[in-house]
Design a protein around this ligand. Structure first.
Ligand code: ACO
Length: 428
């Protein structure tokens, strides 16, 4: 095994170096503190590997993203969301009978317990759907208990996984119906995953809705592109919460909350709001670019920049193309797309963005596509959560499969006061 050598205080410490299958290398510092008294400091985990994983590979410099070895471009074109979910969780593409069984189990588990419908009455219709989603997903552990990690059994895990993947779309659609005051549309056994979701969202007693094939396909592609992204903020959250042996529902609930933030999945909502502000307030593209560069300004170019991608985000490339295909095919007049294109072109030509390697990320174009599907802006991050769910489940499973389970617990560099006297209140 290769070793790296750290020299400190006149002593040398040998640190094992692990190789990944794509020739990535990692220094193992597990025993560093024991041997040398040192810990590593890496605020925001910018260069820290938290696990070994066989699920998703990303090369940020080359713009490569693969699930279980299969390029994202191939999956986006040839697979469905359900098949990709299976691939992520079980490590291989399902054969016909595996896919049939998986789909059948999703169908059988699509309803939520009727008592849970009353929960929606407790939420104000204006409440953010991500808050509703995280609450309802955690509440599933009350209605569908049975799997806690101390009695890990794969059959029970399989059931938990299909329950979550199926019920999350029912919960999401019901939260939308509740917000607009329309009756819930129950899931149908004759519709596939994405078509079923669109039907639950948009069918209504007064205005029947037919799911168009292109809409179904676009939603499949969007969800596939969201399905996993190795150790990002929300996935690391799912792993960290799961590492304490918290159950799957609660771990996923925590992931949903982490995804909500505008620096992560919440950026897709912010992108559209930003484009709308630019249009409504009449900002020029030049003004936007200079505001984005000005750290004192409150303006941020959402949908730009990424911790890992330093050349291009392959998901954004696929979505940008899809956006244009939709506009051309359906003759859509969407002024926000023109603003987005102008903004992208101006940023890509600007030295600040070139130097900092800032490119459009997945969220820059996903919101525009969700908008064309008729999804309301405050539901965009919910859509991201539905898509990311199989990845979270796969990562949670991988962590539990690789025994011994180690609780996640980083260290810190304490920079506070040294020991101080307690001063009674009358003497302060
Ligand atoms: N607009 C303007 N400047 C930016 C942007 C941006 N969108 N993104 C990064 N920068 C600048 C930073 O100010 C920083 O400048 P500095 O070196 O002078 O301090 C430099 O580029 C590096 O950026 P960091 O924020 O330090 O990079 P980090 O890897 O920590 O953050 C992040 C990545 C959070 C995605 C960041 O680029 C960002 O805030 N982007 C906008 C929000 C967004 O689109 N998030 C979605 C990401 S994709 C996803 O999670 C699904």
């Amino acid at each position: 095994m290769e070793k790296a050598v750290l020299s400190y205080n006149g002593k040398q410490y040998e640190l094992p170096v692990f190789n990944g299958t794509e020739n990535e290398k990692a220094v193992d510092i597990t025993n560093l503190r024991k041997d040398s008294g040192l810990i590593t400091l890496d605020v925001g985990y910018q260069n820290t590997g938290s696990c070994q994983s066989a699920i998703t590979f990303i090369d940020g410099e080359k713009g490569i993203l693969r699930y279980r070895g299969i390029p994202i471009e191939v999956l986006a074109e040839k697979s469905t969301f359900v098949e990709t979910a299976y691939l992520l969780i079980y490590g291989h593409l399902p054969n016909l009978s595996e896919r049939r069984l998986f789909s059948q189990r999703l169908t059988e588990n699509s309803m939520i317990h009727e008592d849970m419908l009353r929960f929606f009455d407790g939420f104000p219709p204006t409440g953010h759907p991500m808050a509703v989603l995280s609450t309802m997903v955690n509440a599933l552990s009350v209605y569908y208990p049975g799997y806690f990690t101390d009695n890990f059994e794969s059959d029970t895990f399989d059931l938990m996984a299909v329950r979550l993947i199926s019920k999350i779309r029912t919960i999401a659609a019901y939260s939308y119906k509740h917000s607009i005051g329309e009756p819930f549309v129950y899931p149908r056994h004759d519709l596939m995953y994405c078509a079923n979701f669109l039907n639950m969202m948009f069918n209504s007693p007064v205005k029947p809705y037919n799911v168009e094939i292109d809409m179904d396909r676009a939603l499949n592609t969007l969800l596939i592109l969201h399905a996993d992204h190795e150790q990002n903020c929300s996935t690391s959250t799912v792993r960290l919460v799961g590492s304490s042996m918290a159950n799957l529902y609660s771990s996923i609930c925590a992931g949903i909350c982490a995804l909500w933030g505008p620096l992560h999945g919440g950026a897709n909502q912010r992108v559209i709001e930003m484009l709308e502000t630019i249009r409504e307030d009449g900002f020029t593209i030049k003004q936007c670019i200079s505001m984005a560069k000005d750290k004192e300004s409150r303006f941020k170019l959402f949908g730009f920049g990424h911790r890992i991608y330093k050349n291009f985000d392959p998901r954004a490339t696929i979505l940008k193309k899809m956006c244009h295909e939709f506009v051309a095919k359906y003759n859509i007049h969407e002024p926000l797309i023109d603003i987005a294109m102008d903004l992208e072109n101006a940023a890509l030509a600007d030295q600040f963005f070139i130097d900092k390697k800032l490119y459009p990320n997945v969220d820059f174009y996903s919101g525009l596509l969700y908008r064309m599907l008729g999804i309301p802006t405050n539901m965009f991050t919910v859509m991201f959560a539905i898509g990311r769910l199989p990845g979270w489940i796969a990562q949670w499973k991988e962590m539990h499969d690789s025994r011994p389970l180690k609780i996640g617990r980083p260290r810190q560099l304490y920079i506070g006061d040294n020991i101080r006297d307690f001063v009674p209140i009358e003497q302060r």
